[in-house]
Design a protein around this ligand. Structure first.
Ligand code: SF4
Length: 291
């Protein structure tokens, strides 16, 4: 019989909201070391790191905007997605009561906050995929509003930017998105980029790729090279943490290539802020792990 995982979901939400993943903290520490002593950039990184340590210690949200909760559930045969959805939603209500989550679901038509982080069928956002084997894996990302606002989608060719339907064109539009974002997405950012798809799948995949660990590269050599090049070039723009100027504007870039229609060539950029909150729960028999 399927176990009730509401408690485990609550812990996943708490962990994600209050405890920045180690790979992200490590990259922020490295970025701090590159900045000049006494600079505004170093000061911004110091503030970020103090905040990260305090949130972890006190189990309070890393940022006042606890973001859009986006779940990916990879479930083995036999698990009911109806029950899993209900348990995730119950855990979200409880997490809001415990202040791990700020009430963040606002009805866009009536401008009314639901007060419990539930809104229709789509808030929180939950994606289900059946997998082989016996392991249930649930990944959660909390995507901040400020960084979501500076995400961008381009339809190539883009004559204004001189961007054609090739990787050179992709490079131009991604750097344009970073330049336009300035510090408003709470830099340093992490870029999720999807090349191809339709408007919807392209944006969805540009976020999905952000669940990967920092520093991992696309298996395709061309895309791996472009990931590294974009991060390096974004860091020559001088925008720096929170837009104060500095050597690190982007921590990492993740790209996914999709198929497209002959008539369309979309490039979607999802910008993730430094509060890069994503965690994973794995349940296999009696084994329960969080990472
Ligand atoms: S963009 Fe990120 S760091 Fe900035 S306010 Fe939103 S959640 Fe917080």
């Amino acid at each position: 019989m399927q176990i009730d995982i509401t408690e485990q979901m609550l812990e996943l939400i708490r962990l994600t909201s209050t405890n920045l993943p180690p790979d992200v903290e490590e990259k922020i520490l490295e970025a701090r070391e590159r900045e000049t002593e006494g600079s505004a950039a170093k000061g911004a990184f110091d503030t970020i790191l103090k905040n990260v340590a305090l949130s972890r210690k006190q189990s309070t949200p890393i940022c006042q905007d606890t973001g859009t909760p986006i779940f990916y559930v990879y479930y083995p045969e036999g698990w009911s997605t109806i029950k899993l959805r209900a348990q995730i939603r119950n855990a979200m209500v409880e997490a809001t009561k415990k202040n791990y989550m700020r009430p963040n679901a606002v009805d866009a038509v009536y401008d009314k906050n639901s007060g419990n982080n539930l809104g229709g069928d789509d808030f929180p956002s939950i994606h289900f995929e059946e997998v082989e084997g016996s392991t249930l894996t649930i990944e959660l990302m909390l995507k901040g509003g400020g960084c979501e606002n500076v995400g961008a989608q381009y339809s190539l060719p883009d004559s204004r930017l001189g961007a054609g339907r090739d990787l050179a064109g992709v490079r131009k539009v991604v750097l344009d998105a970073v330049q336009k974002a300035q510090g408003q997405g709470c830099a340093p950012g992490i870029l999720g980029v999807a090349i191809g798809g339709d408007r919807g799948t392209s944006y969805a995949k540009s976020k999905e790729v952000l669940y990967d660990k920092l520093g991992t590269r696309n298996a395709d050599e061309k895309l791996a090279a472009l990931e590294e090049r974009l991060t390096d070039e974004a860091n020559t723009l001088g925008i720096g943490p929170m837009g104060f100027g500095g050597k690190t504007t982007v921590i990492d870039t993740k790209i996914v290539g999709l198929h497209r229609l002959p008539a369309s060539f979309y490039v979607s950029v999802s910008y993730m802020c430094w509060a890069y909150r994503r965690r994973k729960l794995v349940i296999d028999g009696n084994s329960i792990t969080y990472s």
